[in-house]
Write a protein that binds this ligand. Structure first.
Ligand SMILES: [Mn+2]
Length: 427
């Protein structure tokens, strides 16, 4: 199924008068405060968030999985699903693949298929947290950190294979998330496990093309419950520093213990030019992988405040981070959920762009905590939905992506095309 421009246009026409009125009102209010609305809209239009191939089907918990039907059965269909999202919001112009779930049989054909939907290939993801059929060695006790060199070599070779596929597709980055760790005190030598991980990453890094980046993701617990080898941003940053200029830390919102000040981590990494990528999701307890902005939109705004500061700071040397949603869909329609996530990201970004940075700096210099809060919350409490909708309209996207998705009866059509009992590869 494809959604064409004509559908978007006629769907927009229905709500255009109401949109124009609310946008004009917001524009007037912002321009009275000397905000350059047209400039902000251009920034919002350019902001693209990659969709991971594994978020397109029903996820699950360790207790069960309740598929909703019409899920993509192949890499081609995953690309088509992201194409639907991109047609609706013009902000999901890239797909992030996972190997071995998404091995392209014919890379040129896959590339052309993606291009026909206006999509590029974002970071490639390796998988050493599962054993694959026919695999010689088990990752039960780790991969890049493993005590047995043969297991480490197998994991290194796999990552090199992922780079190989990525090169064929025109990707330019590799994300390494390791499940490696231990569940019992005393089980693993912390220092040796980290040293072995660094040595393994160095071998993968040596294979990285010059114009590629390596993102090292961290996570404090799970699937192991006592320790993970790369538990926090400091450990990831240490590895990225040791590896070299092409290696960066990747921050996943869900990979923090409760109440961690994630915005501060963002600030520090961007100062060091080492924030490579960002995985968006939301959570209440742990790595819940819920819809972005579903629970803590203010935290998301505070994070975007630091991201904007890092991106727009003239002294900043942080390369543009790679943005991706990393979520799992157990209850909601995955595509509808992803549309909601992208919109939440756009809203937080737009609100952060509204912060009066000069006034905020002055308040900070004077240690005026009250005024600083007023400035931050004035931006956060501005309803920027008409501005984000206008950015979408100008980009040829839908004013109301979720409503348009429903009105186009996308899921019903996908079930008709693919069947009600489909299994997305890898899930
Ligand atoms: Mn992640």
């Amino acid at each position: 199924m494809r959604i064409d421009d004509q559908f978007i246009q006629s769907h927009n026409d229905k709500t255009l008068p109401a949109h124009r009125e609310s946008f004009a009102h917001l524009k007037q209010r912002l321009e009275s405060k000397n905000v350059e609305v047209a400039t902000l809209i251009e920034k919002i239009k350019k902001f693209q968030i990659a969709i991971p191939s594994w978020a397109l089907g029903t996820g699950g918990t360790r207790f069960g999985r309740f598929p909703g039907g019409g899920e993509p059965r192949s890499l081609e269909e995953k690309i088509e699903d992201v194409g639907l999202l991109h047609a609706l919001n013009k902000a999901s112009g890239a797909i992030s693949l996972h190997i071995p779930w998404d091995i392209p049989a014919d890379a040129d054909a896959i590339k052309a298929h993606a291009a026909s939907h206006g999509l590029l290939f974002d970071a490639m993801n390796s998988n050493t947290f599962q054993n694959q059929p026919g695999q010689s060695h088990s990752y039960k006790f780790g991969s890049l950190c493993h005590t047995d060199k043969a297991v480490r070599d197998q994991a290194i070779a796999h990552n090199k294979e992922v780079i190989h596929y990525g090169k064929q597709l025109g990707s330019n980055s590799l994300t390494v998330w390791l499940a490696d760790g231990s569940s019992f005190p005393g089980q693993m030598n912390f220092r040796k496990a980290l040293q072995r991980t660094l040595m393994s990453l160095q071998e993968i890094y040596a294979d990285l093309p010059d114009d590629w980046k390596m993102f090292v993701e961290y996570k404090p617990y799970e699937p192991y419950f006592y320790h993970t080898v790369i538990q926090d941003w400091g450990t990831s940053h240490l590895l990225a520093r040791e590896l070299g200029d092409k290696a960066f830390t990747l921050v996943d919102l869900g990979h923090h213990l409760p109440n961690t000040n994630i915005e501060q981590i963002v600030s520090t990494l961007m100062w060091q030019g080492k924030l490579g990528g960002f995985h968006f999701n939301d959570s209440k307890f742990g790595d819940d992988d819920l819809t972005v902005g579903a629970l803590k939109p203010y935290q998301l705004f505070l994070i975007f405040n630091e991201l904007v500061e890092g991106m727009e700071n003239e002294e900043g040397n942080n390369p543009a981070p790679a943005w991706m949603i990393d979520a799992s869909h157990n209850l909601k329609d995955p595509l509808e959920d992803l549309l909601q996530s992208v919109e939440a990201i756009q809203l937080a970004y737009a609100q952060a762009l509204l912060i009066d940075r000069d006034a905020l700096e002055q308040a900070r210099e004077k240690n005026d905590a009250g005024l600083a809060q007023e400035i931050m919350q004035d931006a956060y409490r501005t309803d920027v939905r008409p501005m984000v909708a206008e950015a979408r309209r100008q980009a040829g996207a839908s004013l109301l992506p979720v409503q348009a998705y429903r009105d186009a009866q996308v899921r019903k059509n996908l079930i008709k095309e693919r069947g009600s009992k489909t299994l997305s590869t890898g899930l």
